[in-house]
Design a protein around this ligand. Structure first.
Ligand SMILES: [Zn+2]
Length: 174
């Protein structure tokens, strides 16, 4: 995984189920449904899509993708940023209430040309293996990509399913 790919700026990707996708912009392709996110969409709002990270198989690693092609919080209108906030709140609640993970890290990089936010779950194995803090997110991601077993992938998909059910039972705009 090179640095360009890590920001989501490459023109192709192989997801963790082994499907290869080609696109001009990954965020736009997800918005248009041209890429099928592994496990499917967890939540689709008017302005956002929530799903698992397509390339990195870690249970509860979620991406909030904005539908419009912009790359900064400063370009979002009020409705968009309200929805982004609501989606993050409920995604974090789901991860915690479903006891998937107790702590997350949020990342939004403007060097990525299409706005998306990482909701990165912090597991004990990550701290034990790499140490604590955002410095290690890349190492953890690479490790998960290289070492995920079939049952790890299954677990990622199960978590997607349980978070989708969590969202289905709630009106996140309340
Ligand atoms: Zn885009």
């Amino acid at each position: 995984m090179n640095d360009k790919n890590f920001a989501g700026n490459s023109k192709s990707a192989v997801d963790f189920l082994g499907n290869e996708w080609k696109f001009d912009c990954m965020g736009c392709a997800i918005s248009k449904g041209e890429i099928k996110i592994p496990g499917g969409i967890i939540y689709e709002g008017k302005y956002t899509i929530l799903g698992a990270d397509p390339e990195i198989p870690i249970p509860g690693f979620l991406i909030v993708n904005i539908k419009r092609h912009v790359n900064s919080f400063s370009e979002l209108n009020k409705e968009e940023r309200n929805e982004v906030g609501d989606v993050i709140v409920y995604a974090e609640k789901a991860l915690k209430e479903l006891k998937i993970v107790r702590e997350v890290t949020l990342v939004q990089e403007e060097r990525s040309k299409h706005f998306h936010i990482w909701i990165f779950p912090n597991y004990i194995w990550m701290t034990e293996k790499f140490g604590k803090g955002i410095k290690y997110l890349r190492d953890v991601s690479e490790y998960a990509q290289k070492n995920a077993s079939e049952s790890d992938v299954k677990e990622v998909l199960n978590v997607v399913e349980s978070i989708r059910k969590y969202f289905e039972k709630r009106n996140i705009n309340e």
